[in-house]
Design a protein around this ligand. Structure first.
Ligand code: BEZ
Ligand code: FE
Length: 288
């Protein structure tokens, strides 16, 4: 057939992908065309509207570089990242829930001894963080690798600060022989996802706020276990029910306890009030 109309076009395009040698690629392309055409039939865009959509996606790509990934941010704010995460973590008996990686993870963070104080000179309430890494339904995981990263008390990640000025609010720790880890840091703040690009325009135009509730990121790995990518959120944060990227899970919300001056768990004597967070993580054993 040579000529197609509004009624016959979708099936014709789907059929055109019918000879795709890779069956998964064939399935993906045919489903993509089917859903995309259904969306266009539903919306019935004008030429101007379609051009606006093309321009939005073009600018989203143009905003990306090695420090900024606007397409991931788009996926996050449309809830797609959390949907992919949910689909890929359906069987998680006893394991700590996962959530988005986000754009601020940096490969090979500084390896620091347990007990280190991150950003000792950064303003903000001191926070003692401790916990234990274990296998879901099993024993402790000695030597587990615990990567942490977080915003500062003003809501900025170090990579958002000018180079050289940044307090390094990120580290890699190795859990001890009992799978335990601990470190000092500052209490993170809620913060906006980057809004100076097309995703920010989309949030503004749709009346959505860009805020994420305060959290600390963890990426935890141990041999024979699936790497856990998650956060712990501060209980009481006003944005827990409206996270801009839909990343909150109830089991990841924890009190960042208030403590009066006194002796902290590691023996450090605090002459001002301090906060503490304890969270035990469970990693999913790899199948097979
Ligand atoms: C973050 O938590 O760092 C983050 C996650 C998704 C989008 C933007 C930031
Ligand atoms: Fe974050």
């Amino acid at each position: 057939m040579r000529e197609f109309d509004e009624a016959s076009l979708t099936e014709a395009v789907i059929r055109r992908f019918g000879e795709t040698p890779d069956p998964r690629l064939r399935q993906v392309m045919q489903a993509l065309v089917g859903h995309l055409h259904a969306f266009v039939r539903d919306i019935e865009p004008s030429f101007e509207e379609w051009q606006t959509a093309i321009d939005f996606l073009t600018r989203t790509g143009q905003k990306c570089d090695d420090r900024r990934q606007e397409f991931i941010l788009l996926s996050d704010t449309l809830g797609v990242s959390m949907l992919v995460d949910a689909i890929n973590h359906r069987v998680a008996a006893g394991a700590t829930p996962t959530t988005v990686l986000g754009p601020f993870y940096v490969e090979n963070p500084p390896v620091l001894p347990l007990g280190t104080e991150l950003a000792a000179r950064a303003p903000g309430d001191r926070l003692h963080v401790s916990g234990r890494i274990a296998a879901a339904g099993g024993g402790p995981l000695p030597g587990a690798i615990v990567d942490v990263w977080q915003s500062d008390a003003e809501g900025f990640y170090d990579v958002q600060r000018p180079v050289g000025e940044a307090p390094e609010l990120r580290a890699r720790f190795e859990a001890d022989a009992e799978g335990r880890f601990h470190f000092w840091t500052v209490v993170p703040s809620a913060y906006p996802v980057p809004t100076d690009g097309p995703v920010g325009e989309m949030l503004k135009a749709t009346g959505r706020h860009p805020m994420r509730p305060a959290h600390i990121h963890f990426m935890i790995s141990a041999p024979g276990h699936e790497t856990l990518v998650t956060h712990v959120f501060a209980d009481g944060d006003p944005y827990l029910d409206s996270d801009a990227v839909f990343g909150v899970k109830e089991a990841l919300v924890r009190a960042f306890e208030q403590n009066p001056p006194g002796t902290a768990p590691d023996g450090r004597v605090m002459d001002t009030p301090w906060r503490s967070l304890t969270y035990d993580f469970a990693l999913r054993p790899l199948a097979g």
